[in-house]
Design a protein around this ligand. Structure first.
Ligand SMILES: Nc1ncnc2c1ncn2[C@@H]1O[C@H](COP(=O)(O)OP(=O)(O)OP(=O)(O)O)[C@@H](O)[C@H]1O
Ligand SMILES: [Mg+2]
Length: 254
């Protein structure tokens, strides 16, 4: 169980996350939803232990993750926001490297890598350098790397970024299956539909503040809105998006 208590993060003067508390139990998928700059990646970085909070704690099985960081990160699967990969490695080389760092047996890694490449339709690209991969292809490699060691906690920062429709649906199904298998999942997205279809619980952030936090079903009910999109629109989207969009399109003519 992942327990987040009074989590806060400031970068210098910027309060990126003001106060966040939640518990993520096995089988739940916690959705972190919010517009750009709302604090999703900051939260994700705190949950992975890659960053230390300004205040508050993240505990795994009741113990602060920073007191057991190596053990905690060993059971963590993480898809970062930025697909930073070693450009000159092939997909197979990269995933084999990750498998080695995860201390997995070479035969098992080879089997799992083959299967990921097959399922993601990357077999013909297995010997191409990652520098030649498209954004969606890189994302598939990152997802494979995150799931290679059968993690107990899966933390995904906009994992659907760059994926086509079929791959997005596959990812959706994979996340649901991971939860059903008893994994604890945190999923950050600004795609409302994805959160609504995949997550059991949702935390909506706006300027680092939690503006809504409940089960997806209850949030919809509470707001009497037909979909979470309406909840989100009420809570987190500025009124003037259309007008701003028109102005952006016109800047080049000023
Ligand atoms: N390393 C950093 N140094 C200073 N400020 C930062 C840093 N990282 C994030 N911020 C600030 O913290 C706030 C939250 O950023 P964060 O990356 O968590 O947002 P996000 O919800 O993930 O946005 P996006 O949807 O664009 O990925 C923003 O105001 C951002 O400018
Ligand atoms: Mg982000």
């Amino acid at each position: 169980m992942l327990t987040v208590q009074g989590l806060r993060k400031s970068y210098g003067g910027v309060q990126a996350l003001r106060e966040l508390s939640f518990t993520a139990t096995p089988g739940r998928v916690i959705g972190l939803l919010g517009p750009n700059g709302s604090g999703k990646s900051t939260t994700i970085n705190l949950l992975t232990g890659l960053m230390r909070p300004s205040a508050g704690t993240v505990c795994w099985q009741g113990v602060d993750i920073h007191q057991q960081l190596v053990a905690y990160q060993a059971l963590l699967g993480y898809v970062p926001e930025e697909p930073r990969l070693y450009a000159y490695l092939t997909a197979v080389e990269y995933l084999t490297l990750v498998g080695g760092l995860r201390d997995l047996d070479g035969t098992i890694v080879a089997r799992r890598v083959d299967r990921f490449l097959e399922l993601f339709g990357l077999e013909t690209d297995r010997y191409s350098p990652l520098s030649s991969f498209s954004k969606g292809m890189r994302q598939k490699v990152l997802i494979s790397a995150a799931l290679l060691h059968d993690p107990q906690v899966v933390i995904l920062d906009e994992p659907d970024s760059g994926l086509d429709v079929a791959s997005t649906l596959m990812l959706r199904s994979a996340v649901r299956t991971l939860a059903q298998a008893g994994k604890t999942v945190v999923y950050s997205s600004h795609v409302l539909d994805m959160v609504e279809k995949v997550c059991t619980d949702v935390i909506i952030l706006h300027h680092g503040t939690v503006v809504a936090q409940d089960s997806v079903a209850r949030l919809r009910e509470l707001s009497k809105a037909p979909s979470l999109e309406a909840v989100f629109a009420t809570l987190a989207v500025d009124d003037n998006v259309d007008a701003t969009g028109r102005s952006i399109a016109e800047v080049g003519t000023l």
